[in-house]
Design a protein around this ligand. Structure first.
Ligand code: SAM
Length: 302
C-alpha cells in the first residue's frame, strides 16, 4: 500500500487528529477503492488501514476471531484492538451484527480475561452487547491438571441498533407428540390438565457445539496450515441467523478464509482481510475451490 501525497492541510500547523478524522482518512489506502477492491475479494493488509477505505455503515455482518493474547505469533504481526474495534463500529450498518469469537490465555494459573475487557471496550465505543454466546468444542478441549477441562470460547454478538435480520435456528425438542399439559393454573392450587400437543422444534439456546479438527472444523486440509481455524459450521450458523442472501459479510482477520468461503457458499458477498500474505494465499485457494455444486459437509451440530 502506498501513502497519499501530503495535502495542503498537512503543511499547516500540525493539530492532533479528531476521532472523526482518524475514522475515514483516505491517505492510508490510496490504492484501494470501495467497492471494486473489496467485494468478493481477499485483501492482504493491516485491517485497520484496509477498513479505512470502506465507507461508514456498509457491512451487514462481521464474523471474526482475533489473535488471542498473542497466544500464537501469526508470523509476528502485532494486534491493536481499540483501532480495530473503532473501524468495525464505523463500517457496520446501523442494522448490522458483528460476531467476535475469542478465548483467554492462561498464564501461571491466571486467566487473562482479555475477552471480557474487549467486550467492555466494545460497549464503551457504542456497541450493544446483543448476546454473549458460547462456542463449545466437542473434542480436543484443553486439559488442565488442577482445573476442569476448558472446552469453550466466547462469541460476543455486537449490534449498533436492532438487527435487520434474525432467522432463528431451530432444534428438535426432546419430547413431542401429545401429553396432558397444565392448563388454567390459578392461586386456588387446582391445576387443570388438558391434552395438548408439544412443539416438535424450539429455538436453539445460545450455546453452540461443534466438532473441531479435520472433518469437524473443515474438510480442507490446506486450512490447517493456519494455527487457529474456526469451524465452517459456526460461521454458517451466524451467517444464516443474521443475514439474507446478497448481504455483505466481512472478516477483517480472516486467516485461512473460513468466513469468506462460507459466505460464498451461502450466496452472500464476502470481504476477507488478513495481514499475512501466506494466510491470504490459503484463503484465496479455499474460496476459489467453492463452486456452485459445493455443499457444506459439516453443517449440523449432531
Ligand atoms: C484467530 S486467527 C483467524 C483465523 C480464522 N478465523 C480462520 O478460520 O482461519 C487471527 C488472524 O488475524 C490476523 N491478523 C492479526 N493482526 C492483524 C491485522 N492487524 N490485520 C489483519 N489481520 C490480522 C492473523 O494473521 C491471523 O490469521
Amino acid at each position: 500500500m502506498t501513502r497519499a501525497k501530503s495535502s495542503k492541510k498537512s503543511k499547516e500547523k500540525a493539530q492532533p487528529p479528531k476521532i472523526d478524522e482518524l475514522a475515514n482518512p483516505s491517505q492510508d489506502v490510496l490504492n484501494l477503492t470501495y467497492p471494486d477492491s473489496f467485494i468478493n475479494k481477499i485483501v492482504c493488509g493491516d485491517c485497520i488501514k484496509v477498513m479505512k477505505a470502506i465507507p461508514d455503515n456498509t457491512i451487514d455482518l462481521i464474523v471474526t476471531s482475533p489473535p488471542y493474547d498473542n497466544l500464537r505469533t501469526y508470523n509476528g504481526f502485532n494486534f491493536e484492538f481499540p483501532k480495530i474495534a473503532e473501524q468495525m463500529y464505523r463500517i457496520l450498518k446501523k442494522t448490522g451484527v458483528a460476531v467476535w469469537v475469542v478465548g483467554d490465555r492462561i498464564t501461571d494459573g491466571n486467566k487473562s480475561l482479555t475477552s471480557f475487557r474487549q467486550a467492555i471496550q466494545f460497549q464503551d465505543i457504542g456497541f450493544k452487547i446483543h448476546d454473549v454466546m458460547i462456542y463449545k468444542k466437542k473434542n480436543t478441549p484443553f486439559m488442565r491438571s488442577n482445573a476442569y477441562t476448558n472446552c469453550y470460547e466466547f462469541m460476543f454478538v455486537l449490534t449498533k441498533n436492532k438487527p435487520k435480520v434474525f432467522h432463528p435456528l431451530m432444534e428438535p425438542t426432546r419430547r413431542n407428540g401429545f401429553e396432558m399439559l397444565v392448563h388454567n393454573k390459578k392461586a386456588d392450587g387446582i391445576n387443570k390438565k388438558i391434552m395438548g400437543k408439544l412443539n416438535e422444534e424450539k429455538v436453539r439456546t445460545n450455546i453452540w457445539e461443534y466438532a473441531v479438527g479435520l472433518g469437524g472444523t473443515t474438510n480442507d486440509k490446506i486450512a490447517f496450515q493456519h494455527p487457529a481455524v474456526f469451524p465452517e459450521s459456526l460461521v454458517a450458523d451466524h451467517i444464516t441467523s443474521w443475514t439474507d442472501e446478497g448481504d455483505i459479510v466481512l472478516d477483517p482477520m480472516c486467516g485461512s478464509g473460513t468466513t469468506p468461503k462460507v459466505s460464498k457458499m451461502l450466496n452472500r458477498k464476502y470481504i476477507g482481510i488478513d495481514i499475512s500474505e501466506e494466510y491470504c494465499a490459503i484463503a484465496k485457494e479455499r474460496v476459489g475451490a467453492v463452486t456452485v455444486q459445493t455443499h457444506l459437509g459439516v453443517h449440523d451440530q449432531s
